[in-house]
Write a protein that binds this ligand. Structure first.
Ligand SMILES: [Zn+2]
Length: 278
């Protein structure tokens, strides 16, 4: 092998190693993982992509914060609209800005666990996953006085086995989403708004990130238009509490809606009359 070739190989391996350790994960990797999640089956009563509710209720969720500048801006806007949202926070950021998290909790928002440093939990040893969640749980408790009851795995990446032990050990429900505007790709506020408006339906869990300026810019008109459509905003825990069983023949939703009271019951028979978009 020539010296040039060897040099190139070393450089390529170094780049790869750096990429593995980098935060945040590059968009391309996130896109792959976001697609993977669609194929991940839900565990009834543990994992939620959306919730079946009687009424126009939805949950707005904001991930990866708090951001020193953008989260307070979003909190001002949410207060103006009397909207309560759910923040899936990164432990490192909570430790840096506990006062922002405390404010969010004081103003009625739900604070939930999104790991300490945003790694891919689906590829980590249990002990590291446990540490990621425990440290963040403690940071949230320190900031707000309350422990979270929900978690969302970074990139939506989590194994079925992890879901079960995390649920058993921490008592967390695992929260995914059914509306994804891909705002982390920074497509511009108009696109973020259009995607959310197009996909949101009763019971939706809307994913966004309060660390991108375009997302915050999109929110005033997004909230206006969701309100104009009659949607009412609740936290994820409130949405789950509203979950209703279907009157007859519950059918699996295309988004993977879970009925918590279906735990342990036989698999529901798909109803031929149910609309796939309902
Ligand atoms: Zn995230």
């Amino acid at each position: 092998m020539s010296a040039y070739r060897l040099l190139f190989l070393c450089f390529a391996m170094l780049s790869f190693a750096l990429e593995l350790g980098a935060e945040p994960t590059p968009p391309a990797k996130r896109a792959v993982l976001a697609r993977e999640i669609r194929a991940t089956p839900e565990e009834p009563g543990i994992t939620f992509n959306s919730v079946h509710v009687d009424g126009p209720f939805i949950a707005m969720t904001f991930d990866d914060g708090p951001s020193a500048t953008l989260t307070p801006k979003l909190l001002d806007l949410l207060a103006t609209h009397h909207i309560r949202a759910t923040f899936f926070v990164i432990g490192e950021n909570v430790a840096e800005h506990p006062e922002i998290v405390a404010r969010a909790a004081r103003e009625g928002h739900e604070i939930a666990n999104h790991s300490w440093s945003h790694p891919n939990l689906g590829k980590m040893p249990d002990e590291s996953v446990r540490r990621q969640l425990r440290q963040t749980d403690d940071a949230i408790k320190n900031a707000t006085g309350k422990r979270p009851t929900l978690m969302r795995p970074p990139y939506g990446s989590i194994t079925a086995r992890e879901k079960r032990w995390i649920h058993d050990e921490f008592g967390y429900d695992i929260i995914l989403w059914d509306v994804d505007p891909y705002d982390w790709k920074r497509p511009g506020p108009a696109v973020v708004r259009a995607r959310i408006l197009k996909e949101t339906r009763p019971g939706s869990i809307v994913l966004s990130h309060d660390i991108h300026p375009g997302t915050i810019e999109a929110m005033p008109s997004t909230f206006d238009e969701l309100e104009a459509k009659g949607f009412k905003f609740v936290t994820v825990s409130e949405l789950i509490k509203m979950a209703t069983a279907r009157p007859s023949h519950p059918s699996p939703q295309p988004t993977g809606t879970v009925l918590p009271n279906a735990v342990g019951s036989p698999s529901p028979t798909p109803s031929p009359t149910s609309s796939p978009s309902s």
